[in-house]
Design a protein around this ligand. Structure first.
Ligand code: ZN
Length: 278
């Protein structure tokens, strides 16, 4: 009985500390600086950010959605990436990008939503390219209430042609071709559609299938130059990824719900305590 009790309280204490931790990251309101330049610290799933900048709510070729979430902070490289991608998108007549979450003001774990987006190097971008947003600034209420349309067909594993155009392919190609981009997560059906159209294109290597991601794509930047506390992800496999690895995503194994306990969040580097308590 004693053992049960200590385990029980151990779990409660762990849950409480994880929750408390995420809570403090969501409560700070100003960036922290621990050096002269912005630093992404730790891993994408367990890290933080010093010297964040905020993305303005709109710029040439992009508008930020869900302003109430206040997930508009990132490494300066991320802000610059979004601005460049927006400029390229609009100048090629592809429409205006609708931007979802970046990260919190000092990065770190969030109370809801993502496991990643912790080091200021991740951004979600809607697949939906809005014609209205090319004409005018969306209202605050439109930014809260519009929903991101899924690009999947209602049944089966296909793409819905009403929601997917060549402009979507082109935006992904522009993004994946930018050298600062490490990888881009999309739904496996999106990856398969790109493989169908463009197999062998070198940029497809960076387009990675992942669960969900049917109404937005998730761009992850490489560790910025000089950010020595930033932990890179494992290198991408060679090739375009239009192979057995992709086929796995359509197997019964990939589709069955995950079993067992959810994995606990990874610990943050000690340097993140300095960032949080600054
Ligand atoms: Zn994301």
């Amino acid at each position: 009985m004693y053992v049960f009790n200590s385990k029980f309280w151990g779990v409660i204490a762990l849950l409480w500390s994880v929750q408390g931790h995420a809570n403090s990251w969501s409560q700070v309101s100003q960036p922290a600086y621990i050096g002269d330049t912005a630093q992404s610290i730790g891993t994408y799933n367990g890290g933080c950010l010093s010297g964040a900048v905020s993305l303005p709510k709109e710029g040439l070729g992009y508008q930020v959605m869900r302003l109430s979430r206040n997930r508009v902070y990132g490494h300066p490289d991320l802000k610059q990436f979004i601005e460049k991608l927006g400029q390229n998108t609009v100048s090629q007549g592809l429409g205006v990008l609708l931007i979802g979450d970046l990260g919190q003001v000092r990065g770190g774990p969030t109370l809801s939503g993502h496991r990643s987006h912790q080091t200021g190097l991740d951004v979600d971008i809607w697949f939906m390219l809005s014609a209205q947003a090319t004409q005018r600034s969306l209202t605050a209420s439109e930014r809260e209430t519009w929903s991101a349309a899924s690009v999947l067909a209602a049944h089966g594993d296909g793409i819905n042609p009403a929601q997917w155009t060549q402009a979507n392919t082109k935006v992904l190609e522009i993004a994946a071709t930018m050298p600062e981009v490490d990888r881009i997560f999309v739904n496996p059906s999106v990856k398969r559609e790109l493989c169908r159209q463009q197999a062998g294109s070198p940029w497809l290597k960076k387009i990675r299938p992942w669960w969900k991601h049917d109404d937005h794509f998730h761009v992850r930047l490489k560790c910025p130059i000089g950010n020595r506390h930033c932990v890179a992800q494992e290198p991408l496999p060679s090739g375009d990824g239009c192979d057995a690895g992709l086929a796995w995503w359509f197997s019964a194994e990939a589709k069955k719900p995950a079993k067992g306990k959810p994995t606990p969040p990874p610990p943050l580097p000690a340097l993140c305590d300095v960032v949080l308590n600054k």
